[in-house]
Write a protein that binds this ligand. Structure first.
Ligand SMILES: [Zn+2]
Length: 243
C-alpha cells in the first residue's frame, strides 16, 4: 500500500506541474504580445518626440524663408526711400519699411521661441539616447529569452506527459480509476491532498485525530471525510527536495 501512496503523490505532483505548464503554454502567445507591446510603446513615444522635433524644424525653416522674403522687400523699400521723388513716395516707402521691420522682428521672435523648443526636445532625445540606441537590441533579447523559456516549457511538458503516462500505468487499476475520478471532479485537479497542521489542504477541514494518525502511519490509503480526496503527510526527509 505504501508504495502505491508514494506513486499517487508523485502522480499528483506530476499532474499539478502539467497543469501549470499547460496554463503557461496556453497564455504564451498573449504574454509574448505583451512584451512586444511594451517595447512598441517605448518606440512610439520616441517616434512622437522625433516627429515633434522635425515639425518644429520645418516650422523654423518656413519662418526663415518668410523672413528672407521680407528682408528682400525691406531692401527694396529702403531703396525706394532713398530715391523718393516726392513727399508721397517718401511716406509710402517709410510705411513699407516700418511694416517690414515689424514683420521681421516678429519672425525673429518666433524663431527664437522655436529654437528654444527645439533645444528642449533635443535635450529630451539626448537624455533618452541610450534607450533609443538599445531599444531594438533589448526587444530582440527579451523576445529571444521568452522564446527560449517557452521552448524549454514545451520540452518539459512533452517529457512530463510521457512520464505521467508511465506512472499512471504502474498504478493498480482500481486506484488509478479512483485517482482519475477525483482529479477530474475537482476544478484544481487535486486528487491527492497533503495534510498540513492536521487539516486537508484541498478542502481545509480539520481532520479527526484518528484520521490524522492513520495518515501519519501511511500504510493504507486514507481519504478525507469531507472532500474524499486521498490524504498524505509529507515525509520529513523529503521536505527539502519536494518543496
Ligand atoms: Zn478534504
Amino acid at each position: 500500500m505504501i508504495a502505491d501512496l508514494d506513486n499517487l503523490i508523485d502522480l499528483q505532483l506530476t499532474d499539478t506541474r502539467l497543469r501549470q505548464l499547460r496554463k503557461s503554454l496556453e497564455s504564451a502567445e498573449a504574454r509574448r504580445a505583451e512584451i512586444e507591446q511594451e517595447f512598441e510603446q517605448h518606440a512610439s513615444s520616441i517616434r512622437d518626440i522625433q516627429r515633434r522635433r522635425d515639425d518644429l524644424k520645418t516650422q523654423r525653416a518656413e519662418i526663415e524663408n518668410e523672413m528672407a522674403k521680407s528682408k528682400t522687400y525691406l531692401e527694396r523699400a529702403d531703396r525706394n526711400l532713398k530715391h523718393a521723388q516726392n513727399q508721397k513716395e517718401y511716406e509710402a516707402a517709410m510705411r513699407d519699411t516700418d511694416t517690414l521691420q515689424k514683420q521681421i522682428s516678429g519672425f525673429e521672435t518666433q524663431i527664437v521661441e522655436l529654437m528654444s523648443e527645439i533645444e528642449t526636445v533635443e535635450a529630451e532625445l539626448s537624455e533618452r539616447a541610450d534607450e533609443i540606441a538599445s531599444l531594438d537590441g533589448n526587444r530582440a533579447a527579451a523576445l529571444a529569452e521568452f522564446d527560449t523559456g517557452l521552448a524549454s516549457e514545451k520540452a518539459e511538458f512533452d517529457q512530463t506527459t510521457a512520464k505521467r503516462a508511465e506512472m499512471f500505468a504502474k498504478l493498480p487499476e482500481r486506484l488509478a480509476a479512483v485517482y482519475d475520478r477525483l482529479a477530474q471532479r475537482s476544478r484544481d485537479g487535486i486528487a491527492v491532498a497533503e495534510v498540513v497542521n492536521g487539516s486537508c489542504t484541498a478542502c481545509f477541514i480539520s481532520l479527526r485525530p484518528q484520521v490524522q494518525m492513520e495518515v501519519r502511519r501511511g500504510d493504507q490509503i486514507i481519504t478525507c471525510e469531507n472532500c474524499t480526496r486521498i490524504l498524505y503527510l509529507r515525509p520529513a526527509q523529503s521536505e527539502a527536495t519536494a518543496s
